[in-house]
Design a protein around this ligand. Sequence first.
Ligand SMILES: [Zn+2]
Length: 152
Amino acid sequence: MQPFNERDYAGLMWGEMSWVEVGRAAKEGRIVVLPLGSTEQHGPMMPVGCDHFLAHSWALEGARRARDTHHVPVVVLPTLPYGRATQHMDFPGTVSLSLDTYLRLLEDIARNAIRAGCRFLGQSAIPIMLAEARRRGHTPCSTCNLPQYGIR
Ligand SMILES: [Zn+2]
């Protein structure tokens, strides 16, 4: 992987957009990607933020490739740095959400993306898969749909 160059990711990050730009991104039908990470132990030599650092980087790189290689418009939400990490609770530095909190958080984030006008939602691991599905003429979110929110 090439060294991180912020210019390559210009225009992809939801958190760097104004509300006008987010509204425009929604109207363009951009796929909204939510990078999901965790804050948990990874042994004595690795940072507890390892998972969400990687989720953030992979989401941006996936979004850049979707845009630049497949011409699929994507916008990346701020990375969620917490998840379910109950198996790591014996180690200092781990932060684990209850399942109920985690699901409600994801629902609220999805609900707000929809309120902004967005209709396609994916998580960090799948923007390239979505781009490929779209290129082949498949409905993009068939593998990650949230039908209860009307997302295709
Ligand atoms: Zn981990």
